[in-house]
Design a protein around this ligand. Structure first.
Ligand code: NAD
Length: 427
């Protein structure tokens, strides 16, 4: 029988590999392999029919040697504490890689929000905060939205926290609506961050963006903003793909002279699904769901799901592809990664390429703590400087130690946290 996938076992195996590369001694290894703190709790919620249902909630603080823990809260029926542990550990590395003064955390509730009324969701959010109010906060642990949680959930959670402590603490949580403590630039941040890293990679390869073409998986938040900035730099996107809810499969849409972003946005629903008939009317060729991967382009940006470039299809990536920028989390499996790196493709790993999102969440936290909000240009300017600096750190380490960008990024991220733990005298 095959063992069920366990995200925490995978995160620990990845950590062990980096710890070996860094020749970390026994005590920092033991500390960083596991979370510093975990909270497991029950949340009683009064349902609309006046019965009480008890939900299981978690918060894991993996490591906070570099600053308050940061990470989302997921609502998911299949949530497990091991998934939350893995995600918390990955947040520690991502914040460290971007050199943000933050640690890593993650939270969750086992529930299916589709089955809960808005009132029940509000009481669940408030209940989560009531159980944890003493263990989270602007100076200790700052939650954010994640799978199936949104700005409204964050605002209910903030309101409960402020009710308990009797003041305004907008820095307690991020992902709030703009005008209620949210940051301008957050919606663009992840997609723009992807393209900041692509721009730097092209500079190093001495290729002008206007001489390049790209193909993208996904047409949601990350993909649309990545296309916007890439086109501003002069690049041409020739193919995008998305999930078609009605057909129950994905399709790719191609226009060899370049897709028109605004035109496509106009025929796309809020889940990032493009209307097939309208796309045909506008002259897009409709191809199979995997066709985005096999296009003869310079750049591939997987910006939809995990596990999309794998051992079965990696060999169909065109020889023309020079860069793969991972907008999604975990889109390339380790064996496909090795195959493509061997072929000389530069893979910009997810926790660098898509870190614009957490960087902007950090900016939201800073603005909220000051209660003073920046313009969109200020936010995006700071975002560019932070993501670009991280990219340059990683590529310098990669060439100095002859590592892939992924390994170099892991080495930087883990060593910064290990150093912080040691300088604090923990290990
Ligand atoms: P989204 O829901 O806005 O868009 C997802 C897109 O992927 C949609 O266009 C959908 O049609 C498409 N898609 C789904 N299944 C597909 C399939 N099988 N084939 C092709 N396309 C498919 O999501 P998003 O916010 O753009 O996030 C995309 C990825 O980026 C996710 O992996 C997410 O975890 C990651 N990410 C997002 C952020 C962020 O700030 N939004 C930050 C970091 C990482």
């Amino acid at each position: 029988m095959t063992k069920p996938f366990n995200a925490f076992a995978m995160a620990q195996a990845q950590f062990d590999r980096v710890a070996d590369l860094l020749e970390l001694s026994e005590s920092p290894r033991a500390l960083l392999r596991n979370p510093l703190r975990e909270y497991h709790f029950s949340i009683p919620v009064r349902m609309d029919d006046s019965s009480v249902r008890v939900f299981s909630g978690f918060r894991v603080q993996h490591n906070d040697a570099r600053g308050p823990s940061k990470g989302g809260i997921r609502f998911h029926p299949q949530e497990t504490v091991d998934t939350v542990r893995a995600l918390a550990m990955w947040m520690t590395w991502k914040c460290s890689l971007l050199d943000l003064p933050l640690g890593g955390g993650k939270g969750g509730v086992i529930c299916d929000p589709h089955e809960l009324s808005l009132g029940e969701q509000e009481r669940l959010c408030r209940g989560w905060v009531r159980q944890l109010a003493r263990n989270v906060g602007p100076l200790s642990d700052v939650p954010a939205p994640d799978v199936m949680t949104n700005a409204q959930h964050m605002l209910w959670m903030l309101d409960e926290y402020e009710t308990i402590f009797g003041g305004h603490y907008p820095g307690f949580i991020t992902g709030k609506p703009v005008g209620m403590g949210g940051s301008l630039g957050r919606k663009e941040a992840t997609g723009f961050g992807v393209v900041f890293t692509v721009r730097e990679a092209l500079k190093q390869l001495k290729i002008r963006p206007d001489d390049t073409t790209a193909s993208i998986q996904g047409f949601g938040n990350v993909a649309q903003h990545a296309i916007q900035l890439y086109e501003q730099l002069g690049g041409k996107v020739t193919c995008v793909s998305c999930w078609d809810q009605r057909d129950g499969c994905s399709h790719s849409y191609r226009k060899k002279d370049g897709v028109a972003l605004e035109e496509l946005r106009g025929i796309t629903d809020r889940f990032g699904g493009i209307d097939k008939t309208k796309a045909a009317d506008l002259g897009y060729e409709q191809l199979g769901g995997d066709a985005w991967l096999t296009q003869e382009v310079d750049i591939l940006i997987p910006a939809a799901l995990e596990n999309q470039i794998n051992a079965d299809n990696a060999s169909s990536v065109s020889k023309s592809v020079k860069i793969i920028a991972e907008g999604a989390n975990g889109p390339t499996t380790p064996d496909a990664n090795d195959q493509l790196v061997e072929r000389g493709v530069l893979i910009i790993p997810d926790f660098l390429a898509n870190a614009g999102g957490v960087t902007c969440s950090y900016f939201e936290q800073v603005q909220s703590n000051m209660n003073y909000y920046w313009t969109r240009d200020e936010v995006l300017g700071k975002l560019d400087r932070t993501v670009t600096a991280a990219y340059l750190d990683v590529s310098e380490m990669a060439s100095r130690r002859e590592l892939s960008l992924r390994d170099a990024a892991s080495v930087i991220a883990v060593s910064r946290v290990a150093t912080a733990c040691s300088e604090r005298g923990w290990v």
